[in-house]
Design a protein around this ligand. Sequence first.
Ligand SMILES: C[S@@+](CC[C@H](N)C(=O)[O-])C[C@H]1O[C@@H](n2cnc3c(N)ncnc32)[C@H](O)[C@@H]1O
Length: 273
Amino acid sequence: MGESISLGEIQETLLIPLYGRALDARKRHSVLDDRKAAELVDTLDYDFAKFRGPSLFGSVLRASIFDGYVRSFLAEHPDGTVVDLGCGLSTRFERLDNGRVRWFDLDVPDTMELRRRFFSDSDRYTMIAGSLFDTDWFEQVKERGGPVFLLSEAVLLYFPADQVHSTLERIVAEFPGIGLAFDTGGRAMMNSQDRNPVFKAVPARMVWTCDDPRTLEPLGLTLLESRTFASPQPEVGRMWPLRYRLGLKVLRCLVPPPVTTYKLNRFETAAET
Ligand SMILES: C[S@@+](CC[C@H](N)C(=O)[O-])C[C@H]1O[C@@H](n2cnc3c(N)ncnc32)[C@H](O)[C@@H]1O
């Protein structure tokens, strides 16, 4: 009998990318080589086999593009602070730790309870149980001072636009001039969820539609880059198997919506006035 799981509906979706990374780790040409994910999938008492389809590998490509954003930040600010909002069972800190970064992983209490069974805090790594929509985590992150990079991967999509917008405005006000990365999905992607095999296996649905991430700029954000699976950072794309790189380029021309309306964006928050 494995470790039992009891998670809310949106929280359960963290098991999709976890399984994607575990499958990737078992491949000969692994993108992330996330062996801890494979270990966790073997340990948890959950029917992972019900998850099928391209979104599994999509979550690996997504994670590697977000990794690229964090790597660039750390290259410029090796002593900086990184906060992963809605981290799930991500192993990003283990993948990117440069020995100097101060890292916070935040997620809601039931997810954090699960996470704490397999991960531990350390002098530079802290897990926070709470909602990204609350403001409780602001002070803890700001306490250290210095450059901050916030990311939120596959989380905001599950919440209504007004809730996302007001939180982004609060983040801009609280963290001026910092880097911020999150993903957005256009109408075509949102409308195709019920046909997506991974969403047939879970009750949660994404609700925030954003066709163009530039429309978020009036909230106090400047869009610095917006990538799709067909346009990863060159150094990230080089780590992907050639057949995926070529396949995604072809897919972009043939069936635009799934590949081009899902965007992985990097912004800068407005500087203090
Ligand atoms: C699709 S999973 C993504 C997990 C992780 N970012 C990844 O890519 O592996 C969605 C995550 O959002 C988290 N979540 C749900 N509501 C949240 C909230 N209010 N604040 C922070 N995280 C939340 C869930 O617990 C879950 O870990």
